[in-house]
Design a protein around this ligand. Structure first.
Ligand SMILES: Cc1cc2nc3c(=O)[nH]c(=O)nc-3n(C[C@H](O)[C@H](O)[C@H](O)COP(=O)(O)O)c2cc1C
Length: 383
């Protein structure tokens, strides 16, 4: 489809729902249990009002930021997401290329469905200097994470994200109803099992079928890097984190922080950054919306570590709110997945362009010259 017809993330979501099979759309779109945390995430952004200052002539507002010595022209990164390779043949390489083309970075999940070496090769052949960040799950414990950390380093990934919020998988009832599992390889057997659903999306089926055959011919290593679902989760601990710090020399971030206490512990364990995240409401239902806890985390560690936030970002105004609270940048999960499902690499680029335009417009309307000038004085709690 023509990505230029997508005008908002909500549009991309609607397009995605018509493009990929129901089970895949639900996998992306759904949350845990009653989806209370998932709903709370978007609601929390809406509760925060913005206070404009009139008469400040803002030309082209500055959006660039620096993260770990690298300049990004957009304060929005792509969050690590499993099974990206099933949404569209462009998969994780397409997402990484889209991010790079828009001056930002994608994070490859250990369960994205394509090996880090293959993603790195795809990025390099597209002219990228590096493949971005890598996110670690390790259900198999230390031998497994040691291998993955070394592979990520050898493949040229520039930062390592360790996700701590998945000691067990959240209860995703939509997936269970659909008979869907994130460990799927979408081989002929599994496609056969979901045939009725897949048959209603012939375009997707044809694209994915052709891509599977091409991958087989070229022997691209595919499938999950680790067996997260089979193992039931990735129970990494703070002790693992200290040991990972010794092995990984680049920037290290912990993902899944929801309290000042855990943020302090991450910094004490040698992390360079924390990602305030409740996994988009896909893990512990009842966990607080990230915008509710972000101020505490920023106040606790903001001066000594990089603070990123995700979960519920759907508009540029959400990004502005998070940066005003004190986050250094945000990550988006579903927003880019909807774009990828709807239109591949071009769909991710479109979503990033929408967010960029949104952020610029919001800053102009606020009378704020650049993202560096955002602070809590631009915010008001909703009545
Ligand atoms: C389909 C899907 C798969 C995900 N897989 C992973 C993963 O493999 N590793 C991880 O750390 N987080 C994963 N997440 C969580 C995202 O990294 C991110 O925290 C979340 O999507 C942010 O919320 P948002 O979708 O509302 O932007 C996944 C999220 C989605 C929607």
């Amino acid at each position: 489809m023509n990505a230029s017809r997508i005008v908002s993330v909500a549009d991309a979501r609607r397009r995605a729902s018509r493009t990929v099979p129901r089970a895949l759309f639900d996998y992306v779109d759904g949350g845990a249990d009653d989806e209370l945390t998932m709903a709370g995430n978007t609601e929390a952004f809406r509760r925060i009002g913005l206070v404009p200052r009139m008469g400040n002539r803002v030309g082209a507002p500055g959006l660039s930021i620096e993260l770990f010595g690298t300049r990004l022209s957009l304060p929005v990164l792509l969050a690590p997401c499993g099974l990206v390779s099933a949404l569209h043949p462009d998969g994780p390489v397409g997402a990484a290329r889209a991010a790079a083309s828009r001056g930002t970075v994608a994070t490859l999940s250990a369960v994205a469905g394509l090996a880090p070496e293959a993603v790195a090769a795809g990025c390099r052949s597209g002219g990228m200097a590096d493949p971005g960040w890598f996110q670690l799950y390790a259900p198999g414990g230390r031998p497994e994470w040691e291998g993955l950390v070394d592979r990520a380093a050898a493949s040229g990934f520039t930062a390592l994200v360790v996700t701590l919020d998945t000691p067990a998988l959240g209860n995703r009832e939509r997936d269970r109803r659909n008979g869907f599992s994130a460990d799927m390889h979408l081989d002929p057997l599994e496609i056969g099992r979901l045939a009725v659903q897949f048959a209603t999306r012939p375009g997707w089926l044809a694209r994915m079928g052709a891509a599977q055959l091409a991958a087989r011919r070229s022997e691209v290593p595919s499938g999950p890097t680790v067996g997260l679902v089979a193992a039931g989760g990735s129970p990494l601990s703070w002790d693992d984190l200290v040991a990972i710090r010794e092995r990984w020399s680049g920037p290290l971030l912990v993902k899944g922080v929801l309290s000042a206490e855990d943020a302090r512990r991450a910094v004490a364990s040698g992390c360079d950054g924390v990602i305030v995240s409740n996994h988009g409401g896909r893990q512990l239902d009842g966990a607080p919306p990230t915008m509710q806890v972000l101020p505490d985390v920023v106040d606790a560690v903001g001066s000594s570590a990089t603070v990123l936030v995700d979960s519920g970002v759907r508009r540029g105004g959400d990004v502005v709110r998070a940066l005003a609270v004190g986050a250094d940048a945000v990550l988006v999960g579903r927003a880019f997945l909807y774009g990828l499902a709807a239109a591949g690499t071009a769909g991710v680029q479109r979503v990033l362009d929408i967010l960029r335009t949104d952020i610029e417009r919001t800053l102009v309307l606020l009378g704020c010259p650049d993202v560096a000038s955002l602070d809590r004085t631009w915010l008001a709690a909703a009545p």
